[in-house]
Design a protein. Structure first.
Length: 138
């Protein structure tokens, strides 16, 4: 998935492509701490961490650049359903963020510019009906 928080050059080089990362934690580390750390084969300052629930299902995939949140992040409920997806740049929320109900339906669609709320935010109920809209400007 391409993310708008990276440059076109980074997108073309696959900075956020999981195939361009190699595992650096051991099986013992991973089983005790429920996460696996990967280092980028393209840029050693980049890391990807996959977190797991106690039941073994994927909890989150997160990317870092120089130990700061960077790129597209996703989180899942313990049943494997997507719970969150959003973008970070230099440890700050940017672009679109989506939060989901355990049913998988969209709960909130929000937009950030350099960590500030911007644009039109949409709030939904569990039936998928739009409950309210809020507009922010910076």
């Amino acid at each position: 998935m391409l993310t708008p928080t990276c440059t076109v050059n980074e997108q073309n080089n696959g900075v956020y492509n999981q195939k361009n990362y190699q595992r650096i934690t051991t099986d013992l580390d991973s089983s005790n701490k429920m996460y696996v750390v990967y280092q980028s084969l393209l840029d050693t300052n980049r890391a990807m961490i996959k977190y797991y629930w106690d039941n073994g299902k994927l909890q989150a995939i997160s990317f870092f650049l120089n130990h700061k949140k960077d790129g597209h992040w996703v989180q899942y409920f313990d049943n494997g359903v997507l719970s969150y997806q959003g973008n970070f740049l230099n440890d700050v929320m940017v672009d679109t963020q989506k939060i989901y109900f355990p049913s998988g339906k969209l709960s909130l669609f929000e937009v950030y510019n350099n960590g500030n709320k911007v644009g039109t935010w949409h709030y939904f109920n569990e039936n998928g009906t739009l409950e309210r809209i809020e507009t922010y400007s910076k």
